[in-house]
Design a protein around this ligand. Structure first.
Ligand code: PLP
Length: 381
């Protein structure tokens, strides 16, 4: 079964069931009746296992060609679940621009757990033999957020495994439709399903996908015991969103490339960050390791553009954090998503006050381009 077909027909096997709805139902129940004190059915209590969540978990695993999937109550709960593998006394390497919440996690939660971390600005040129400390884990987000830098997953995974380290990839910007980190050697993949998987900006959800049975047992235990699993209603929404993921993603990408080219050709941008542009340093690598470029891009504007005026003048592109929904959004990473990064770190990695990040939606591209053109005219000082 190919991806587009699996997105629609995958999930739990319902062939043995009496009622077979075309869409998988929402089992809004906390508990399930059992046959005897020693005779239990597959489902017992919804924190452990719920049919609607199980349908989603099987679906995302199938789509990724993976053995196991876990659905969590948010992308951060998925990241937290993956980080539950890291023990006190260990160290995590992480790339320099990652999701703001992930940065918060490593800088404010790790210290309480006695876990160390180090930000790596360029994994390609990072000599793992020279890294100090008791490293156990590498955490990558590629393309990165908000600079869309591309990291070679296969290269990092091979070198990390040679050292006995585990590799976790946050694949939110790509989804398994565009990039399959497990096939490239990653051990655990995490997602904010709030974004492209669910796709309609109406639910908060997270996913963890992996192959290793032992690691899965540990994560399954922690999902149940720490209690951050996804509820049935949200599980339904994510599974429903996935049915149109390939369709949406194709359109998102077409639109994003057009928007990136628009900015590259406009006189307003100092720089455009999008791995689908041949001028981008990550272009070749992205083509090699992924099937596409996604639809998040960042633009550094020239100083004569008033960003507030620009955002207010936009009619179809709303000023809001988040990404991956059908509607186009714009935000200012320096103040809205990466404000927890110190000014020094922002400056070091290139997050400027003149930068906006776009999540390009699936609207008619001509409406988006006209909107951007008008807003640029309104924003020029
Ligand atoms: C949004 C996001 C997260 C966090 O997901 P939530 O669902 O908001 O908890 C993690 N990683 C990336 C790349 C994201 O975009």
């Amino acid at each position: 079964m190919r991806y587009e077909t699996a997105a629609i027909h995958g999930g739990r096997d319902t062939s043995g069931e009496q009622i077979r709805g075309e869409s998988f139902p929402i089992y809004l129940t906390s508990t399930f009746t059992q046959d005897g004190v020693n005779d239990f059915r597959e489902f017992m209590y919804s924190r452990s296992k719920n049919p609607t969540r199980d349908n989603l978990e099987q679906l995302v695993a199938q789509l990724e060609g993976a053995k196991h999937g876990l659905a969590m109550s948010s992308g951060m709960a998925a990241t937290a679940l993956a980080f539950s593998l890291v023990k006190s006394g260990e160290k995590v390497l992480i790339n320099s621009n990652v999701y703001g919440g992930t940065c918060n996690f490593v800088s404010h939660v790790f210290c309480d757990r006695g876990i160390d971390f180090e930000i790596v600005t360029d994994f390609a040129n990072c000599d793992f033999d020279a890294v100090e400390g008791n490293v156990s884990t590498v955490f990558l987000e590629t393309p990165s957020n908000p600079l869309l830098e591309v990291t070679d997953i296969a290269d990092v995974a091979a070198r990390a495994h040679a050292k006995g380290w585990r590799v976790i990839v946050d694949n939110t910007f790509m989804t398994s439709y565009l990039q399959r980190p497990l096939d490239l050697g990653a051990d655990v993949v995490v997602y904010s399903a709030t974004k492209y998987y669910a796709g309609h900006s109406d639910v908060i959800a997270g996913l963890v996908v992996l192959n290793d049975d032992q690691v899965f047992d540990k994560l399954k235990f922690n999902q149940k015991t720490l209690g951050g699993m996804l509820d049935p209603f949200s599980s339904f929404l994510v599974a429903r969103g996935i049915k149109t993921l390939p369709l949406r993603m194709d359109r998102h990408e077409q639109n994003a490339l057009a928007v990136a080219k628009f900015f590259e050709e406009s006189r307003a941008a100092k720089a455009v960050y999008y791995p689908g542009l041949p001028s981008n340093p990550g272009y070749e690598l992205q083509r090699r390791q992924a099937r596409g470029n996604g639809a998040v891009l960042s633009v550094d504007f020239k100083d004569e553009y008033d960003l507030d005026a620009f955002c207010h003048a936009l009619r179809f592109i709303d000023l809001a954090v988040s990404l991956g929904g059908i509607e186009s959004l714009v935000c200012c990473p320096a103040t809205m998503t990466h404000e927890e990064y110190s000014p020094e770190l922002q400056a070091q990695i290139g997050i400027t006050k003149t930068m906006l990040r776009f999540s390009v939606g699936v609207e008619a591209i001509d409406d988006l381009l006209e909107d951007l053109q008008k807003a640029l005219e309104a924003a020029k000082r």
